[in-house]
Design a protein around this ligand. Structure first.
Ligand code: VG1
Ligand code: CO
Length: 627
């Protein structure tokens, strides 16, 4: 018998995953325990047009159905596939690429080949995802390969659903060895779009580069995959199924996370705000994973009305949307918040629930300001920080607003490369409590991922705290008031990011090489228009905890007045190259704080474009996204 391979077997009309009925080869899983389902919202979401079309993977040579006593494991031969290198946050490619023979299976096996056996043999792993197209098939592949490699137990979110922060929370709470997140985050989903996979380690943090580099190395030499001959597991209801020493437990994706949020925040304080007749709030889940969390948390627990939530049904293609909460892609929310009768507070989250966008009535809070404002108010408004923060940190391109809070509060401060994985060590070492990225990522050491719902609850806590003594009818302290007050105390860091998405890789790489060359010839004190150069470099980070070094993390031009221009290539795209230019300028003068950021930054933006010769290298005249 020749070794079988994992391959696409066929297409079936499914609205939920009836794994027991689609395979004639296999027996129904033995459900030992089942509990009631507390989240009706997501159940209604399943029959989307795309979710009816599904498929499954199977090992052709699958023999007799396994019993609870035995677990049969097959070894399948495979060949390496090029290009399986992890980017800023996991491996992301087009769905079609992941559907190629053994593509996902190779990566998962390469991961097990990279981990020390004691980190997974007989251990517990968590599995969840953002509900996007291909997650159902992927979940079954991951479960079977995990079983084939000796994992003891998989905790999987019902319907394969769990937000990135919730996976981190579940890993930590249940003492799991790690977990998989099936998501390409803010990238669009559907058969023509993106899929992705991330692996997080035992404290819930994204795997460090030392592990992801090993995985990549192993993808280049892989020759076999170990896979258990078990049926597709029914993920549509809570319960436990066991095959030999291997168990799959389908868990509620919300409850552990909600419990954690209740410990971090004063829910009664937030409830007091949300239930005020003079406060209106709206949350846009962008048809992504936080749709499953918004109702249980905001409506059922905090008393908001159901119509506060829009696009609250997770869909496999995010309703044809781009689940990226920024001013370009969350345009429905932006329109509402800038309308005449806008609510007092608006927020959105991305595909996998780790990003957030915060808006007041007619007022946008930049993510760089958001983390600074949260840090400045945390001790008073959020019980988790009642003894003060241990330290603050931001990614290198994020504005210096947070630095000013750290300095005023006399807190340790860290600047790390882009990507949440760099915060984890600092948190584990007890050096860091609150951190953020300019890319709509904010979070704390309650978990080891950025956390969209956490950021919304943090803002609601701050607004609630500032208005706790206000009687109905009195003017409330608004989101805009909180931001302006912050700027008055700390000064304003004007910040903007220009993205040039899906450029030709060649032009983008040449531009970066050109800039490296320019940087190598710069001298401190040189004039760039009205700006004087302090230094220019390619950012290198040495982790203060384990001493690991990450180089080539972004080209920066830093001027003597603190203004900065930074250039990076994105590490999360699935096609071409995305160039990001980050522009920042500090303004201490309160009378100038009301200026529009684009106006305030115009000279520096012009300088950024001319230094890089961007339009010459890429042919682009305009960015695709401005934030
Ligand atoms: C982007 C952001 C980065 C973020 C990463 C993952 O990376 O810039 O700050 O950590 O996405 O976010 P890049 O390499 O494209 O600039 V998510 O929500 O995709 O997990
Ligand atoms: Co995300």
């Amino acid at each position: 018998m020749t070794a079988p391979s994992l391959r696409l077997e066929g297409s079936f009309a499914l609205s939920v995953l009836p794994s027991t009925s689609i395979s004639p080869l296999i027996a129904a899983p033995r459900v030992v325990a089942a509990a009631p389902r507390p989240i009706p919202l997501f159940r209604r979401s399943l029959p989307s047009p795309i979710s009816r079309r599904s498929c499954w993977f199977a090992v052709k040579a699958s023999s007799a159905p396994p019993t609870a006593e035995e677990l049969k494991i097959s070894t399948i031969s495979t060949k390496p596939v090029e290009g399986q290198k992890t980017g800023t946050s996991g491996l992301r490619k087009k769905v079609k690429v992941f559907q190629e023979e053994n593509y996902l299976a190779n990566w998962i096996q390469a991961l097990f080949n990279s981990l020390p056996p004691e980190d997974y043999k007989g251990g517990v792993l968590v599995l969840g995802g953002d509900g996007r197209y291909f997650n159902r098939e992927a979940a079954q592949i991951i479960i079977k390969i995990a079983a084939g490699n000796g994992v003891g137990k998989i905790l999987v979110g019902r319907d394969g659903l769990m937000s990135t922060p919730a996976v981190s929370a579940v890993i930590r709470k249940r003492g799991a060895n790690g977990g998989f997140i099936m998501s390409a985050s803010h990238n669009p989903g559907g058969p023509e779009y993106d899929w992705g996979i991330k692996f997080n380690y035992s404290s819930g943090q994204p795997a460090p580069e030392s592990i992801t580099d090993k995985i990549y190395g192993n993808t280049l030499s892989i020759s076999e995959i170990k896979i258990a001959d078990i049926p597709d597991v029914d993920l549509s209801s809570l319960g436990v199924v066991t095959y030999g020493n291997f168990t799959v437990e389908v868990i509620d994706p919300v409850s552990d996370y909600l419990e954690l949020m209740e410990n971090v925040f004063d829910f009664e304080l937030i409830k007091g705000l949300v239930s005020r007749p003079d406060f209106r709030f709206t949350f846009d889940a962008m048809h992504a994973v936080t749709g499953a969390y918004a109702k249980p948390i905001f409506v059922d627990r905090l008393g908001a009305s159901l119509d506060c939530i829009s696009n609250g049904v997770p869909l496999e293609d995010f309703g044809h949307g781009h689940p990226d909460p920024n001013l370009t892609y969350a345009k429905d929310l932006v329109k509402i918040m800038y309308s005449e009768d806008a609510p007092d507070f608006g927020a959105a989250s991305d595909g996998d629930g780790d990003r957030n966008m915060i808006l007041g009535r007619g007022f946008f809070i930049t993510p760089s300001d958001s983390v600074a404002i949260i840090a400045a108010n945390a001790e008073e408004a959020i019980p988790y920080f009642k003894d003060g923060a241990k330290g603050l940190a931001r990614s290198m391109p994020t504005s210096g607003a947070l630095d000013r809070v750290a300095s005023k509060l006399n807190l340790p401060f860290f600047e790390v490369p882009t990507g949440w994985k760099f915060f984890g060590n600092l948190m584990d070492a007890g050096k860091l409590s609150i951190c953020g990225e300019e890319s709509f990522g904010t979070g704390s050491d309650h978990i080891r991922e950025k956390d969209g719902i956490w950021a919304v609850l943090a803002w609601l806590s701050i607004i609630a705290y500032q208005n706790k003594d206000k009687k109905v009818g009195e003017k409330l302290v608004s989101v805009a008031d909180i931001a302006k007050e912050h700027w008055t105390t700390y000064g304003r860091n004007f910040f903007s990011r220009y993205d040039y998405e899906e450029c030709e890789s060649e032009g983008a790489n040449k531009m970066m090489e050109y800039l490296r060359d320019v940087i190598s010839k710069t001298k401190s004190g040189e004039k760039y228009g009205n700006y004087t150069l302090q230094f220019a470099d390619d950012f290198t980070y040495k982790d203060p905890v384990d001493g690991s070094v990450a180089s080539k993390q972004g080209l920066r031009f830093v001027f003597t007045d603190g203004s900065r221009i930074i250039y990076r290539l994105s590490g999360t795209g699935s096609a071409g190259a995305t160039i990001r230019i980050y522009i920042e300028q500090f303004e201490p003068d309160v009378s100038k704080h009301g200026t529009d950021a684009q106006t305030a930054l115009k000279p520096l933006i012009g300088l950024a474009l001319s230094i890089s010769k961007l339009s010459e290298f890429t042919g682009r005249e305009k960015p695709t996204v401005i934030t």
